[in-house]
Design a protein around this ligand. Sequence first.
Ligand code: ADP
Length: 279
Amino acid sequence: MISNWIDKLRRESFTRRYAPHQLDAPLLAIEGVSLQYETGSVLQEISFTLDHGDSVAVVGPNGAGKTTLFKIIAGILDPDQGIVQVSGHEPGGHTCIAYVPQRNLIDWSFPATVADVVMMGRINKMGPFFWPQANDWAVVREALDFVNLSPFAKRQISELSGGQQQRMFIARALAQEAELMLLDEPLNGLDMPAQEKILEILDTLKGQNVTVMISMHDLRLAEEKFDKVMLLNKRLLGFGPPKEVFTRERLLQAYQEHLHFVGGEIDTLAVSDECCHGD
Ligand code: ADP
């Protein structure tokens, strides 16, 4: 998978049209976006805008369309309807967007070091021969330092823990000088300390005007750690401060029979993504 990315990045770099940024436009503007796979409708009439430095937790049940939305924003998929604009221009050609897929989709046995992967973020900044210059190595070192992975720079990527793998991808996005990071379920399978480290890094990025969209399943963490949440289930069921979005009605609309209010309070709810048959 990583070798495919290198090939893809190299091919694209020869033909890349660098999309200009319109300074007075919002970082991300989505208007009436819909998409249907052959299996059915996945996203319906999604509209929202994000500003520089926004940090948004995207929540919704499995199959809600979170990954599909990220792929549309990253320019990997085209919507059937609607408009996507990143800093005033369509997504293709933006090197300011970093999309980090779910970890289980990546071949971790590929022989690459942590520094190699982070350097991949520099490919669009390099000259025609893709030979890293001193400046590129300086950026990579700084990015690794930012995510506390400097001692791991020369390690093979297969030797990293799940949390370290995720931090490596954040470093790659930083090396890319990304203004918009799309992180697809980066906290899945991580213990609390590893999750906390990533959330701390994302919090620091907010102060640096980097915009982050992160899909996740933990509603409590989304409410505690993010100023804005997006509740998605094919339709945009709510977007804004968690207290306004996480109402009983909206959560029921999103999770339907998978949502259980324990003791009747919103503060004590349980969500199951899998259906429980029988007992
Ligand atoms: P989420 O990230 O919220 O789990 P996804 O965007 O991955 O949701 O998927 C939304 C729906 O679209 C799911 O029902 C999934 O099975 C379906 N889907 C995703 N990718 C494809 C595809 N390439 N072709 C057909 N159906 C797909």
